[in-house]
Write a protein that binds this ligand. Structure first.
Ligand code: ATP
Ligand code: MG
Length: 500
């Protein structure tokens, strides 16, 4: 017995090892099969099986079975409390029954229907975090001997191993799901939406820049997506698995900004109780995004320039130079060249940051992106509410197309959010949008329309104007416009002009 126990413990070690590399749930079936086959082999049983408890139906089903009837047996479901397996699943206690014929708990139907003569059976529970998730059982020994308590112990070991594999697979599945959710979330929320040539050009440039280490300066009005673009550049490049560290240069006074960027040594100043690692160090091998760079004070600009030139810096109060490999992205809504010309921004720093320049176009210059963006934000906010069928009305969309969006995409996002919250829950109407309706000076005189649409809009308004002038008299109106009355009638129905 001793030697066989030794062999078995070797085997178990081996199996445990296998279970650690089970890295995907697809492998789980294989692994469970391997465990159950090994159990049958080591114990020398005629058949072994693993049954799992279906949470919904509260029935046991055969996940894995060995032996000559393994396919047939998989058809069966066993109620909790029914037969030996059902009993073990109910009580959580192992059972060894040497002669099933004399045991009232024996449920003979399955054995009879698959014509498998069973004499003895051993069954142990399968537990995960103290919950019973199924059972493992063996039936009869090959050599006709009785299943003994030693076999039970082995069976118990195999059951623990199977539970381990199941638990492992479950957590992998969970992590994978969380990861997917996160990725979906990140991917979706950080997606740059828009098909306008202006935005597509920006994205194309960003992807090119992503593959280099060149510093890039992103310029654009407030709310145009500069930060989003910086994230895209980081994610699309070889540094994507390293940190992207964001620092808003406008948010902090100079002394704190220096501390944030470079960190400090313990005791560097009163209150510096511990060493602090700065953002430049945190961004090592990754990217640092210096947002609102136009707000940086001249003193800080000088310090930043030194780091960019030398590739190293000191923590505040420190005397060991720290070298970092950091890719620098920066952004501002100021016209930085004008700041340079006015002497408010160092020219040498400007050239360092501005190796590649990307300009985010304002929303009013890419009106064709509005419907897509509106739909995108609607989907985001819909997810947060319980209005799965909410849509945007034609008129609301028209109002959005006519507005000039000084706050750009951020303003559009906020407008949709408000409309989702304040609207009727079915359709977003023009009055739900917190933007002033701006009528174009002439009907059709707006960006984003085809020439044909623009002309049609003008024609419609022009006809209405003339009809109003004549009190709705079509003949008179046609005469003024110098067209046939029948042609006017056709236009009236084409443009769905109501009686005036
Ligand atoms: N093309 C786009 N597709 C989807 N969402 C966008 C797009 N551009 C911007 N956004 C969203 O608009 C908001 C503003 O974008 P972001 O913060 O990147 O702008 P910004 O240019 O950095 O603005 P600021 O100058 O005010 O800091 C964010 O919520 C962002 O997710
Ligand atoms: Mg920003």
């Amino acid at each position: 017995m001793k030697t066989s126990t030794k062999k078995v413990s070797d085997l178990i070690e081996h199996l445990k090892e296998i279970s650690t590399w089970v890295s995907s749930v697809q492998d789980l079936n294989k692994l469970l099969e391997l465990i159950i086959e090994s159990a049958a082999g080591v114990i020398n049983a005629k058949a072994a099986s693993l049954l799992l408890l279906d949470k919904k139906t509260r029935m046991l089903y055969f996940k894995v079975a060995t032996g000559e009837k393994k396919e047939e047996i998989k058809e069966y479901r066993i109620k909790i409390g029914q037969g030996i397996a059902g009993h073990v699943a109910k009580t959580g206690e192992p059972l060894l029954i040497e002669d099933v014929a004399n045991d009232p708990r024996w449920y003979s139907q399955i054995s009879e229907s698959i014509r498998f003569k069973t004499r003895s059976i051993a069954c142990v529970p399968l537990k995960l975090d103290n919950r019973i998730i199924g059972v493992v059982q063996i039936v009869d020994k090959q050599d006709g001997s009785a299943i003994d308590p030693g076999d039970m112990e082995l069976l118990q070991e195999f059951a623990s191993l199977a539970a381990l594999a199941l638990g492992h697979a479950q957590s992998i599945e969970e992590v994978r799901r969380q990861n997917q959710d996160l990725k979906h979330e990140l991917g979706y929320r950080h997606q740059l939406i828009g098909k306008s040539p202006a935005l597509q050009k920006v994205i194309g440039d960003a992807l090119k820049v992503a593959n280099s280490k060149a510093s890039a300066l992103i310029l654009g009005e407030s709310g145009t997506g500069k930060e989003l673009l910086a994230r895209l550049i980081h994610r699309a490049g070889p540094r994507k698995d390293k940190p992207l560290v964001v620092l808003n240069c406008a948010a902090l006074p100079e002394s704190l900004l220096e501390d944030e960027l470079f960190g400090h040594e313990k005791g560097a100043f009163t209150g510096a109780l511990n060493r602090k690692i700065g953002k430049f160090e945190l961004a090592h091998e990754g990217t640092i995004f210096l947002d609102e760079i136009g707000e940086m004070t001249p003193g800080m600009q000088a310090k930043l320039l030194r780091v960019l030139q030398e590739g190293q810096f000191y923590r505040v109060g420190g005397n060991i130079p720290i070298s970092v490999d950091v890719r620098v992205l920066s952004a501002t809504n100021k016209k930085l060249d004008e700041e340079v010309a006015a002497g408010r921004f160092r020219e040498d720093l400007y050239y360092r940051l501005n190796v590649v320049q990307i300009n985010m176009p304002p929303l009013r210059e890419r009106l064709e992106d509005i419907p897509l963006l509106a739909e995108h934000f609607l989907n985001i906010f819909k997810e947060e509410t319980v209005m799965p069928h909410l849509t945007i009305s034609e008129k609301a969309l028209e109002k959005m197309m006519q507005y000039n969006w000084p706050g750009n995409i951020r303003e559009l996002r906020n407008a949709i959010e408000r409309a989702v919250v304040m609207g009727n829950g079915k359709q977003i109407l023009p009055q739900d949008l917190p933007i002033a309706s701006v009528k174009p000076a002439y009907p059709g005189l707006q960006v984003g329309l085809s020439l044909e649409d623009a002309i049609n809009r003008f024609k419609k308004e022009f006809i209405i104007l003339n009809l109003k002038q004549t009190g709705g008299n079509r003949s008179k109106a046609a005469k003024i416009m110098q067209i046939q009355r029948t042609y006017l009638s056709r236009l009236i129905s084409k443009y769905q002009i109501k009686d005036i």
